[in-house]
Write a protein that binds this ligand. Structure first.
Ligand SMILES: [Zn+2]
Ligand SMILES: [Zn+2]
Ligand SMILES: [Zn+2]
Length: 138
């Protein structure tokens, strides 16, 4: 079904221009600020379409919000995400693939899929944070 193609393109372009992961709401504000009349519900739908067709990465933030990002890697992969600055590293996780396959097979599941994203503090943010702590203690 073809619907609202220009809107999907607008969302895809805005996503391409965004560094790191962004929520539908934040992307909607960006589009609005640039003069687009696109509605929030349409942004949600377009992001969902892009994610399911593999044109965008989607993940749940630790506080449960869906976040999206134009992905530079095609095919199945995982992410390491800095919860402070949003830096994202695309990672392969062969051990996870093997584990997911065997645990699904053990329970008789077929067509199993999984989403594994690791949140933490990147090197830079870790350094900034420990510098801040040192200042507090001196
Ligand atoms: Zn990715
Ligand atoms: Zn960071
Ligand atoms: Zn995987």
């Amino acid at each position: 079904m073809k619907r609202n193609t220009w809107q999907r393109e607008a969302v895809r372009e805005a996503l391409d221009d965004t560094e790191g992961f962004i929520s539908a709401q934040a992307l909607h504000s960006t589009l609005h600020a640039s003069g687009s009349p696109i509605g929030l519900a349409t942004v949600y739908r377009a992001l969902g379409d892009l994610a399911s067709s593999g044109d965008a990465d989607s993940l749940q933030s630790p506080d449960g919000e869906a976040l999206y990002r134009a992905c530079s890697t095609t095919g199945h992969h995982h992410h390491l995400i800095c919860r402070n600055c949003g830096l994202t590293v695309e990672i392969a996780a062969d051990e996870v693939e093997a584990w997911a396959k065997s645990v699904a097979a053990e329970h008789g599941f077929t067509g199993a899929a999984h989403v594994v994203d690791v949140f933490g503090l990147c090197e830079n943010c870790t350094r900034l944070q420990s510098a801040g702590e040192q200042r507090e203690h001196s």
